[in-house]
Design a binder for this molecule. Structure first.
Ligand SMILES: *[C@@H]1O[C@H](CO)[C@@H](O)[C@H](O)[C@H]1NC(C)=O
Ligand SMILES: *[C@@H]1O[C@H](CO)[C@@H](O)[C@H](O)[C@H]1NC(C)=O
Length: 390
């Protein structure tokens, strides 16, 4: 090896040696989820598979095409047992989360589509890889079954993820740079705000919540009332409504009462109105009685996480604040927008400001939206800097 190159390699090795390992907590729908079907009964169509070996239930855009999407909704939907207060898969469906402790579940969501939003964390992972980070070793992620919230703590996620951070520290001798996106911010807040201070001081260098949905979003009320097809072409919101309503995590994303006042109407229909403080009644009124029961179980505290925190988020995007429904729950006559990243309302992104968290900086990326901010060059440069890898 030529001397100059050798020197460069040595310098790089030295730089990465001292750099923080990176742990990424993705958002909802932000990692792959596999399913196996065995003797499915009562499928919505004769052509829906009854048996299938492990396959990507999320994300495979082919399964979201008209016709196929009915089978998909039926396979991914959860069932809620109101007597025990627990959720489970549909009959004949097993699920598992691949790539825990690696990045192969978050870099691309649809493994056959390596562009657009499917290339979810690719730009960020590449930026770190360019500085010598190794996928699955010094840059890892903690994917999860995003249908569940911290209440179910499916797969013992809290402990597993704390153990993963500890392992990164043991392997590298450096504290962890903890990065989250969207609902990953709720998970991270839940884990970090409940962890012992000594644990955080030992293992965590800093936390970077990107576009955190801390206080939920007003949009969730539309999702529960009428479904949210998320712009998927040819898919009606009614098709996905039952499936979306069934996720425990969607309750976690409802507007936080500490950030939404009790005189602030989010949904209007005829002469009836609902605020965030009237959600139990709202669930009754949209004919989803279980909803009121599930809603009561969710953790919504916004206490100071007590780690060095750098919140980064897009702003300046039209973000739904309230909806006026027409004759039924399928007709929205008017959407009133406010500031935010197009998905998460500004007050939710900035909950740490409102709550006066210490050691927390907030930075707006004006013009970026909920997804695009993840690929912003200057944000990526800041992350390398925070990791000590720049
Ligand atoms: C999680 O870890 C803590 C401490 O390490 C332990 O006390 C607790 O039982 C664990 N919880 C579960 C659900 O395994
Ligand atoms: C990144 O965000 C900054 C701040 O909002 C913006 O000025 C810049 O144009 C963005 N960079 C790219 C490459 O989009």
């Amino acid at each position: 090896m030529p001397a100059a190159l050798f020197l460069l390699a040595a310098l790089l090795a030295k730089a990465t040696e001292a750099a923080s390992p990176v742990l990424i907590i993705p958002g909802t729908g932000g990692n792959r989820l596999e399913a196996k079907l065995s003797g499915r009964e009562n499928t919505p169509h004769f052509y829906c598979s009854k048996n299938a070996d492990w396959y990507d239930l999320w994300l495979d855009v082919k399964q979201l095409l008209p016709g196929a999407v009915d089978c998909w909704c039926d396979n991914i939907k959860l069932n809620y047992d109101s007597a025990s207060g627990t959720f489970s898969n549909q009959q004949g469906v097993e699920t598992r989360v691949p790539c825990y402790g690696d990045v192969c579940g978050i870099e691309y969501l649809d493994m056959s589509l390596k562009v657009g939003d499917s290339a979810y964390f690719h730009a960020m992972i590449e930026a770190f890889a360019g500085k010598g980070y190794v996928r699955g070793e010094t840059i890892v992620s903690a994917p999860y079954d995003f249908r569940y919230s911290a209440v179910s703590n499916k797969d013992n996620y809290v402990n597993a993820t704390m153990a993963l951070a500890e392992k990164l520290y043991e392997d590298t001798g450096e504290k962890v740079l903890w990065i989250s996106h969207s609902m990953g911010g709720l998970w991270s807040h839940y884990i970090l705000s409940n962890a012992d201070q000594a644990w955080k001081d030992k293992y965590i260098e800093a936390w970077v919540p990107i576009a955190p949905a801390y206080g939920g979003t007003a949009q969730e009320l539309r999702l529960f009332a009428s479904g949210d097809s998320e712009g998927i072409p040819g898919v009606s919101s009614d098709t996905v409504k039952e499936e979306q309503r069934s996720y425990e995590s969607n309750f976690w994303l409802l507007p936080n009462l500490e950030l939404w006042d009790d005189d602030e109407v989010i949904v209007t229909k005829g002469d009836k109105t609902w605020t965030a403080h009237e959600l139990p009644q709202f669930f009754e009124d949209i004919s989803y009685a279980d909803g009121a029961q599930i809603y009561k179980t969710l953790p919504y505290d916004l206490k100071d996480p007590n780690v060095r925190t750098y919140v980064k988020y897009g702003t300046g995007q039209d973000t739904p604040e309230s909806y006026v429904y027409g004759k039924d729950w399928d007709t929205i006559d008017k959407t009133v927008n406010g500031d935010g990243d197009g998905t998460v309302n500004l007050r939710s992104l900035e909950a740490g400001l409102t709550k006066g968290w210490e050691n927390t900086e907030h930075e707006q990326f004006k013009g970026e939206d909920h997804q695009s901010v993840l690929k912003n060059d200057s944000l990526l440069a800041q992350l390398l800097d925070l990791a000590g890898a720049a």
